[in-house]
Design a protein around this ligand. Structure first.
Ligand code: EPS
Length: 387
């Protein structure tokens, strides 16, 4: 299972191609668009989200509601494109820098300068158009398909915001269903109402100050069988792959599995999850501090992953930078932006994690059709039960 995305934030569309999906996966298109719309919401989003109404247009690999086994191609159109048809034209256009909206002042914290130097581009727009977090719309569309594959086997994914700036949500131990239901009602995707109020207040204050704010999001995956991923080779460890996927989300700077960094402060006896056995349940762990992983493999407990998002670097407040033409210092120009996109990033993280789990699931249970995967899956579960 693999995918690629293409497309610029102010170009005509985002495009994704998923390769390796089995045939006969029944797709719920409404559910797919629901996931895309979840990503668009959240207190702290900027004006761009009022322009977009993200929907997934499937243009390959699906017929009469089911996958055929062929690559699935998905398009998410940019409504904002109509304002950028000339600037983002594929063909050469007449006019100078103004007409092309050339960018020569790199923004600190963005890909602008590194991308310009690396690709030898003197118009930094060529970098920022692709490095924009708009691309995560395509990743959510892809992850939403993966999520439906997982759902067919009873695997559920949910997420929540657990920190925005200095405001931290109290811990909870909710099921994926409860978490999904409760966070959906919150403009900042938290369960606790007092935390929600404080987070919204902090976002408003930060925005009024011309600044931005980051946070921490958490994702859980429930119903995962034991043995996804493998201890035998570094690049087969599923926790490692999840970490890569999480840190690849725009503005993410770190990932924790289970108690994560806290494990560095505790003793072994306070960290490791004791092994239990029950006739009906089989092997299980008394606690889940390791977030569902030992040896890079799932242990059958829910996967718990956290990711940290830095504050968005596009600021109304000026930061110092250097013009690439004159090499003179300047303080950044004002750009349209989100003051806080942590709630949206929580939705993105659910989807990149769902993708990695689905990929590992396909490696383990293989098969070209849903029926074949089902047979492999049932056979394996019976083997684990007999063990
Ligand atoms: C983004 C800047 C803003 C955000 C955008 C990500 O867009 P614009 O430059 O058009 O104002 O709205 O996010 C999205 C478009 C999206 O769909 O999430 C950036 O620079 O990363």
């Amino acid at each position: 299972l693999r995918y690629l995305t293409a497309g610029e934030t102010h170009g005509p569309q985002l495009t994704a191609i998923i390769e390796g999906l089995p045939s006969n996966l029944q797709l719920d298109f409404e559910e797919l668009n629901f996931q895309l719309q979840r990503r668009q919401k959240g207190h702290g989003r900027g004006r761009r989200m009022q322009i977009e109404k993200d929907t997934a247009k499937i243009v390959g690999g699906v017929r009469h509601g089911r996958t055929t086994g062929a690559p699935v191609a998905i398009v998410v159109e940019n409504n904002d494109w109509k304002h950028w048809t000339s600037v983002m034209n594929i063909e050469p256009i007449e006019g100078g820098e103004e007409a092309k909206r050339r960018v020569h002042r790199p923004r600190p914290g963005h890909a602008d300068l590194n991308g310009g130097l690396k690709y030898n581009l003197k118009d930094l727009r060529n970098v920022l158009e692709r490095s924009s977090a708009r691309e995560t719309a395509a990743r959510v569309a892809v992850g939403a398909v993966a999520r439906q594959l997982l759902a067919a086997f009873g695997i559920k994914v949910a997420g929540q915001v657990i920190r925005i700036g200095s405001v931290v949500a109290p811990p909870n131990n909710l099921s994926a269903d409860e978490l999904a239901r409760l966070t959906e009602e919150s403009p900042v995707r938290v369960v606790d109402k007092e935390t929600e109020r404080q987070m919204m207040e902090l976002i408003d204050q930060t925005k009024a100050d011309g600044d931005s704010i980051g946070g921490v999001v958490e994702c859980i995956v429930e119903g995962v069988p034991v043995g996804l991923g493998s201890h035998v080779q570094w690049d087969r460890k599923l926790d490692g792959r999840i970490a890569q996927a999480v840190v690849s989300i725009n503005a993410f700077k770190g990932c924790e599995i289970g108690i994560g960094f806290e494990a560095g402060a505790l003793r072994g006896s306070q960290v490791h999850d004791e092994i239990m056995y029950d006739q009906g349940r089989g092997f299980y762990r008394a606690t889940n501090r390791l977030g569902g992983f030992e040896g890079g493999m799932t242990n059958g407990m829910p996967i718990v992953v956290r990711g940290v998002m830095k504050p968005i670097p596009t600021l109304y407040k000026p930061l110092r930078s250097v013009d690439i033409d004159t090499k003179e210092p300047f303080t950044a120009q004002v750009e349209r932006s989100d003051a806080c996109a942590v709630p949206a990033a929580s939705v993105v993280m659910e989807h990149v994690v769902a993708w990695e789990v689905a990929k590992a699931f396909m490696e383990k249970f293989g098969g070209d059709s849903m029926e074949e995967i089902r047979a492999n899956y049932d056979n394996y579960l019976a083997q684990v039960e007999r063990y």
